[in-house]
Design a protein around this ligand. Sequence first.
Ligand SMILES: Nc1nc2c(ncn2[C@@H]2O[C@H](COP(=O)(O)OP(=O)(O)OP(=O)(O)O)[C@@H](O)[C@H]2O)c(=O)[nH]1
Ligand SMILES: [Mg+2]
Length: 263
Amino acid sequence: MARKFRGERERERRTLAAAWEESRARRSPLPCRACVPETTRRTHATATAAAAAADADDEGRDNVTGFVSPHVFSKAEFHVLILGVHKAGKTTLLEKVKSIYLKEEGLPHDRIVPTVGLNIGRIEDANVKLVFWDLGGQPGLRTIWEKYYEEAHAVIYVIDSAAASSFEDAKSALEKVLHHKDLQGAPLLIFANKQELPAAVTEEELARHLHLKELDERPYMFQAGSAYDGTGIKVGIDWLVEEMERSKRTEVLMARTETAEKI
Ligand SMILES: Nc1nc2c(ncn2[C@@H]2O[C@H](COP(=O)(O)OP(=O)(O)OP(=O)(O)O)[C@@H](O)[C@H]2O)c(=O)[nH]1
Ligand SMILES: [Mg+2]
């Protein structure tokens, strides 16, 4: 295959990027609170795929290396860590997420036991694949969390909104998570769980308890909800997907994966 000249490749790149945007706009976009207009939105995932496609020939083969990228026409896959102190409701949340998106019964609440290792959940919608990693929150298990930071695109931090006595522990564990260098820039969804309980504080009250303004500059959102009745889950995940799609961190992780696959 003849090498292409820079101008020609640039023209192709622009055409392909526009085509990706147009085909994406035709699919129904995920609803979210922090959306930018569809016409001005250019996600990192689509930008990366468009640039890769422009560098490839008709068979999806890279013009320079001959490598066929499996990502060019596939959905973006994001890894989401579910963290929080023990009994916050992380595993119950994961089961509810699976039942909402996979439309199948999750484990009954009374069959969920404290997590010692790792629970994995995979879901897929029209645009993305999500892989959730749910880890145990007991103090002795939290050192394991950081083994997963480097590969995570985003974090869901679950808090039991009805257990005021656990807020200090939840806050200090969250601060450690946020200050870790391997999680720089990862979007953060703080899920104020167990809202159906009378003792639950609102998301605003929880934010005051945590002094969130003192935390760093990353994109974050508080979402009140319940892993029992499912409220707040879809809106929270939709927001997270939007943030991951436009996140600089996602771009870096994708580039790293592609480099590793080429070696
Ligand atoms: N009322 C109520 N209880 C919940 C909710 N989510 C979880 N629980 C209960 O909270 C307890 C702890 O739930 P888990 O999902 O095991 O909590 P976890 O954060 O995974 O705990 P570890 O694995 O030990 O870190 C269980 O008794 C759940 O039934 C909720 O939305 N509402
Ligand atoms: Mg658990």
